[in-house]
Design a protein around this ligand. Structure first.
Ligand SMILES: [Zn+2]
Length: 300
């Protein structure tokens, strides 16, 4: 590849973006779509770095460093703060598109663009339709189905996906030649194909320990048919949203692997998988956490 992206995977997508840049076929708006923690936001910052740096994306100049830190004057970030993007936020953004910049481009990175309500999205559509010259939008989403078709039609979509555990393991070995093979193997399994997650686990021993613990909990959980044990576990994790997410992710991963292996209880696992998905949606809608988890346990 032409630029030093320092990213695991997604080679096809990055090459496509390089080609757009090199051939002068840059879109004025990109939408990076795909699951959580595969590095979409990281890629969006790298694209901004490539476009803003005047020294071939050197990673060393003040521009490169500021873009990387999210503090570059003409690279504006609307980061995911877990709240919806309001019409006022969009108005401010539009005002900034009209200000004179100091750089070659004025770039707006909008993380989790699905957070825009209908009013905000409609106002955003106008600037997407006719952006001032030199303006580039790089949007990310993990829920492309939640976006207005009119928005999708105005952007160039680049789809990201999880990578395979085997691929991840190979890449981690290259990146961390000094780490034990065992740790790398575990991380490549536990990160469920998410490259961002894999790096996080490699660099945060505490998180890795949490993941290992939950993985073994999931194994015990599936072995035990004892409802009392299961309810006790639910009570234990209900207080921590983060642990529930990890638990669901790992449980889903383990059951999917069993289905792929042609496990004797495949049809039961498929039912459970759809129950987990349903429970995940209820939790997003803020239905009582314990109730949702207990219901799930009863249906297992
Ligand atoms: Zn640079």
């Amino acid at each position: 590849m032409k630029y030093n992206w320092s990213i695991i995977g997604h080679e096809k997508q990055l090459k496509q973006i390089e080609l757009d840049i090199e051939s002068g076929n840059l879109a004025h708006a990109y939408l990076l779509a795909g699951p959580n923690s595969v590095g979409k936001h990281t890629v969006s910052r790298k694209i901004a770095g490539i476009l803003q740096c005047e020294n071939n994306f050197c990673h060393k100049c003040p521009t490169c460093i500021q873009v990387q830190q999210g503090s570059h004057i003409d690279t504006v970030e609307l980061k995911d703060n877990k709240e919806s993007i309001k019409i006022d936020d969009v108005r401010k953004l539009v005002e900034r598109t009209n200000m004179t910049g100091q750089s070659k481009y004025k770039i707006f990175l909008v993380q989790s663009v699905e957070r825009m309500g209908i009013e905000a999205a409609n106002s955003f559509l106008k600037v997407l339709e006719e952006p001032p010259l030199g303006t580039i939008f790089i949007l990310t989403t993990n829920n492309i189905r939640g976006l207005l078709p009119t928005l999708i039609s105005r952007v160039r979509v680049v789809k990201f996906s999880n990578v395979s555990a085997r691929y991840l393991e190979e890449k981690l070995k290259e990146l961390y030649p000094d780490r034990e093979a065992d740790t790398i193997h575990q991380v490549s399994l536990l990160s469920l194909g998410k490259t961002g997650k894999a790096i996080h686990l490699m660099e945060n021993p505490d998180s890795l320990a949490d993941y290992r613990k939950i993985y073994s909990d999931v194994q015990n959980f599936l072995r035990s048919k004892n409802r009392v044990d299961r309810f006790a576990y639910v009570e234990d994790i209900a207080a921590e949203k983060k642990r529930i997410d990890i638990f669901f992710n790992i449980l889903t991963h383990v059951l999917r692997s069993k289905v792929l292996e042609g496990d004797a209880e495949t049809s039961k696992h498929i039912k459970t998988l759809s129950k987990i998905e349903e429970a995940g949606m209820f939790l997003k809608k803020n239905v009582n956490t314990r109730l949702v988890l207990e219901n799930l346990m009863l249906s297992l």
